[in-house]
Design a protein around this ligand. Sequence first.
Ligand code: NAP
Length: 249
Amino acid sequence: MKKDTDNRKRYALVTGASRGIGRAIAIRLAGMGYCPIINYHTNEEAAHQTLASVRQTGMEGELLAFDVADGPATNSALTTWMETHPDGVIEVVVNNAGIRRDGLMLWMADSDWYDVLRTNLDGFFHVTQPLLKEMLVRKYGRIINIVSLSGIKGLPGQTNYAAAKGGVIAATRALAQEVAKKGVTVNAVAPGFIRTDMTGDLDEATLRKSIPAGRFGEPQEVADLVAFLASENASYITGEVISINGGIY
Ligand code: NAP
């Protein structure tokens, strides 16, 4: 958290924070003293459960529904938030919202390609772009993008998802170089198999044989890594992609 004298309330925006990894991140950042902005798409009930867990840390949080795949809607939600919170500042953004629509490319429907690209890749741009200016002016910011092992090595059945996450990895490295002199870091976290709704349909018993650690990861473990990257202690780490996957190479 930036030490300065403007006394503005510090917020951390976490997209897709109603469930899974995003929920764990929102709770963890609240534990660091940030007021989390809990973005979700449709699942308001789950978002309220995240908020209840945030409050158990002694912090307040806010819900903010928008579809990261929808550029104008995302821009409008974030612009309105900034206009209505002149005493607040979004110091950390975690681009976590994501979807999978797996299938071999031979039979992939156009919608499965475009939905995954719009949510995972375009969503990064829609969310980050409106928040950049204030970070640059304040000379402090933390941008953390949740990507995937699939975006590093490519996994069969995930041409859409691998392309989207690989695109975010490349954008992470490029943006990091654009903003490094202004105290803004941009990093990516690449989980392997983490136990959430997204992996609920996978055969964990079979897959864990291919994981050196012998198990799926927990959302909390990803949140701990994100918390370090969001801290001041990580100020010399930027443009990095950090894997968290139990040893898969
Ligand atoms: P999850 O349990 O399926 O949760 C997805 C979250 O994203 C939900 O909060 C959902 O909101 C939100 N979301 C989906 N589409 C959205 C949209 N268009 N706009 C706003 N929010 C949207 O997923 P997860 O496993 O926690 O995954 C989180 C991130 O980690 C994703 O980017 C995923 O690709 C990445 N990841 C996960 C794993 C894994 O093993 N789980 C591995 C590698 C990478 P609603 O509740 O409103 O639907």
